[in-house]
Ligand binder design. Sequence first.
Ligand code: B12
Ligand code: SF4
Length: 486
Amino acid sequence: MARVYLIYIDIRTGFYPELHHGLASLAAAIRQNGHVLSFHHLLKEESPEVLSAMVLKFNPDIVGFSFTTNQRKYLKKYSKAIQHQSKVLQIAGGVHATIDPMDVFNVDSIQGVCIGEGEQTFPALLRKVDAGESILDTVGFWWRTRQGRIKKNPVPALNPDLSSLPYPDYSIFNVNSINEAASGWMTMMLTRGCPHHCSYCANHVLRSIYPNKKDYVRVPPVKHAIGIIKNNLSYYSNVKGIVFGDDLLIWHKKWFKEFADRYRCEVGLPFTCNARAEYLTEDICSSLKKAGCVLVAIGVESGSEWVRRYILNRKTSNDQIIKACQLLKYFDIQILSFNILGLPGETKRLMQETLSLNKRIKPDMGAAYYFFPYPGTQLRSICEQYGFLDESSEEPSGYLERPTIKPIQWKRKDCVRIYHKLRLYFATRRATRNLGFASSFIATCLYLLFSIFPLFFVSLFTKRSRLKYILRKLMYKQLLPQEPKT
Ligand code: B12
Ligand code: SF4
């Protein structure tokens, strides 16, 4: 049986260390096929030589890396260090490898790239490795040949039946410490894909690589979904609630209603999920509430309908967002608002509209991100076409660091300031959300007070000063957004 070493590059993303559902699913498929797996969750920059020695001690037949676009900058040094000590086959997979494989081949120690979902193609590759057969024709993989050319094999059709996959295997992760850092809330994922085509999101790119595009968005049979949850819960005994990371758990209304009924009876834990405003009808909100949903994360993204429609390819109106939030409040479900700033085509006034819309919907919590031009997306093409990108655009490790595109229609300092104002607004809402009617009033007062001293608060959020540390410890712990543990 083949010996596989997987490395998940997860450094300084701005998130707490998290479970990777794709890798958990891949791990289950590898083990189900009898292969031997070892895994390393690379959470901080480690010595490449030490990592390489650890990997090679396992005596792997194949080493696989997984990472998102922002993390690809770490690949080279670790892969090179392994190559320096061994000729072991090294490959990469995951979202970035799938949508920009040629970029991954720029690291010349990487010999192969897995394109798309790996639960079927990777075990097929391992069978060949195990049998000593040629791997060059393995579907779903691109290979660097001895002559230095790239052999591009076709991507097989997506498996439409999610119940044919084994339950994800989270034992590869340090589940206890990851869930404890999240106060006992465990993340999970049941469905795959999203039916929408937002211009900044990887979904339309991912969908385009498969021959059966209509099967891109899938839900498992409800019974299987409940089975996945119960199995996931067995990895950690102290689960307080579930965070469904699915792009859009409620897109299939009939499926969701049936799921919600069974979830309430058979699982019964409080949960959170992501949703688009137009899906949040009264009956869906009612099902969410009955099933135990305590928070819905809504992609507001921009307060400007023009930006949403023409830049982001999201046709949701402000009224739909406001109405959805009113419904959620009516059903006593908390709201988390997601927003993006620093977009091409945006102006200072349009950014301010994002702040204004959030003040109207008054979410319980919120997050502001800087736009990042992910490869293959429509919005990246627009950025390229209109000269919005420069070398520094590629540097950030996530979308929390700084504006990424050239500030053409807006000033960088305005973007950063509105970003911090928005985060400050969310922090005050969050800190006061349990205070009932007084909440909005106190949040507004705190927010106004802080707005009078923006520089002080911007430095509080951005500089690693002693002052920040002391204030944080003493007074503002509640008010500041969570920062990653690195
Ligand atoms: C859940 C989720 C998270 C979770 C879990 C992280 C994770 N990496 O899975 C959290 C909240 C932590 C998260 C954080 C971030 N995320 Co996120 N996230 C998702 C989401 C919604 C689902 C991912 C998923 O589970 N997909 C389903 C599984 C089955 O697919 P998969 O992960 O691709 O894995 C399969 C294959 O790729 C392949 N595979 C994967 N690795 C390997 C390795 C080898 C060797 C092989 C052979 C195969 C293989 O096999 C897997 C099984 O089929 C996606 C959106 C989406 N629709 O994909 C965004 C997405 C992956 N996230 C994205 C981003 C940008 C981030 C952040 C950078 C945000 C930030 N901080 O700025 C961080 C990065 C964290 C990190 N280190 O990855 C982008 C990535 C874009 C890109 N071009 O890279 C996506 C696509 C959303 C988007 N904006 O378009 N995310
Ligand atoms: S709705 Fe969300 S997950 Fe779906 S395409 Fe748009 S941004 Fe991506």
